[in-house]
Design a protein around this ligand. Structure first.
Ligand SMILES: *Cc1c(COP(=O)(O)O)cnc(C)c1O
Length: 427
């Protein structure tokens, strides 16, 4: 039975519950969802919305998926949770095996974390602990590129774009890391070495104090939905090797097929020393992330002692079980055709937006479609317009973007892109 949500419930929500990046004053009414199925969100008032967001990149196979549901129910009967210190279990072992089969070969150890931000914290700690163990404790700063987004916790926040990284007011209390300009070379543009000159200069000048370069390969997500040349990622790898700096790739948004390859680093033909995964890991069912590292990184850290991190809910069996089920679906390879089709249909469906005066740029990669506007949108007025059109699209700043579940049908995708055109053209 679907839960009923009363107006009293919604008033309570407005007065007592924080939502992401909202004020407890004048917050926009939150839409009550009572269930979700496939790509549809079912609202309390009976309306249905096509979900263009995959609940922030995560529900790649859609909601209420029989195989994922079954995995969870079955695991509940075995055990929902058990501490991971001193104990282990099959769902975690199976999941680590699966992940290691999917990622570049050099990555050999898996750390299960509770969320994307924590996976980034773990990656940062690994890099710092690595250099500490290697007898070079002076290498403890991070290098990154502008327009990045790596999460909301303190360590992760310090590597987000200092201007649009949603944390300007914390600048004084964050560690001061090094920022190179965001890559300018577009995804398909000819490579221009000058694009990476400033990153190279920072490495040249500061490599004695840099532990790692951290970046999102090929697609920068919440820091601007920018796509850039895989060649940049390749050159960054070479420079890290040249200057003895670890490379951390944050594939929390791009991982598991979203860009058209299983991982975006494949497009550059390189492997990181440390890889962060999250969001789609459990098919969007539960919060879980993972930080994978190379044998070299884990060997050096382990020579010195233990790696200093261990969350209470590490490798939660329910999350592992549903992640295993989600990766099984990916292993069928069907995602590949799904994402290719979505890419073609997003290109066709969004191209008309290019002609609109308010539009700065339209770009598509894999199952990601972005309409960048010249001015920031007014959320209070644009959000209801999308709902009116029967779709769930949640813009931020100048960006109207979608990354639908891979199972979206052509007809549903058409509705989604038409709605975007209609809403954007009315601005
Ligand atoms: C979402 C995201 C994070 C943070 O993940 P949370 O699960 O929200 O903590 C980190 N890095 C990237 C690239 C992301 O897209």
């Amino acid at each position: 039975m679907k839960p009923l949500i009363s107006s009293d419930d919604l008033r309570f929500d407005a007065e007592h519950i924080w939502h992401p990046y909202t004020s407890m004053r004048n917050h926009y009414p939150q839409l009550p969802v009572v269930s979700a199925d496939g790509v549809m969100l079912n609202l309390a008032d009976g309306r249905e919305l096509i979900d263009g967001m995959s609940s922030w990149w995560s529900t790649i196979h859609g909601y209420n998926h029989a195989h994922l549901n079954a995995a969870l129910v079955q695991q509940t009967a075995n055990m929902s949770h058990v501490m991971f210190g001193g104990l282990t279990h099959k769902p975690a072992i199976e999941l680590a095996r699966r992940l290691l089969r999917m990622v570049p070969d050099n990555l050999q150890q898996v750390f299960f974390a509770d969320s994307g931000s924590v996976a980034v914290e773990v990656a940062i700690k690994m890099a710092i602990q690595y250099w500490h163990a290697a007898g070079r404790p002076g290498k403890h700063r991070l290098l990154t590129i502008r327009n990045g987004y790596h999460g909301d916790t303190f360590g992760a926040m310090a590597t987000c774009d200092p201007v649009n990284g949603m944390h300007e007011m914390f600048t004084d209390v964050l560690p001061q890391h090094l920022f190179a300009p965001a890559p300018e070379c577009g995804y398909e543009s000819a490579w221009d070495e000058s694009d990476i000159i400033q990153l190279k200069e920072l490495l040249e000048r500061h490599h004695e104090e840099i532990a790692a370069l951290i970046m999102e390969p090929v697609v920068q997500g919440a820091g601007g939905m920018r796509f850039y040349s895989p060649h940049y990622v390749r050159r960054a790898r070479e420079l890290c090797d040249q200057y003895d700096v670890l490379l951390i790739l944050d594939e929390i948004a791009t991982g598991f097929g979203r860009t058209g390859t299983l991982f975006a680093c494949e497009q550059a033909g390189i492997a990181p020393d440390i890889l962060c995964l999250g969001k789609a890991l459990t098919g969007g069912y539960m919060t879980m992330a993972a930080t994978l590292c190379s044998q070299q990184v884990s060997d050096v850290i382990s020579e010195q002692g233990v790696f200093m991190h261990g969350p209470t809910f590490m490798a939660n069996p329910l999350a592992c079980a549903v992640a295993n089920a989600s990766l099984q679906i990916l292993e069928t390879g069907e995602w590949h055709e799904q994402v290719q089709r979505i890419e073609l249909e997003l290109q066709a469906g969004l191209s008309a937006c290019r002609e609109l005066l308010v539009v700065e740029d339209v770009r598509v990669m894999g199952a990601i479609g972005v309409v960048e506007l010249k001015q920031p949108v007014d959320m209070a007025s644009i959000q209801p317009q999308f709902v009116e059109q029967g779709v769930w699209v949640r813009p931020f700043g100048k960006l109207v973007y979608v990354m639908p579940p891979y199972i979206i049908s052509s007809a549903q995708l058409k509705t989604l892109t038409t709605a975007i055109f209609e809403v954007v053209s009315s601005l």
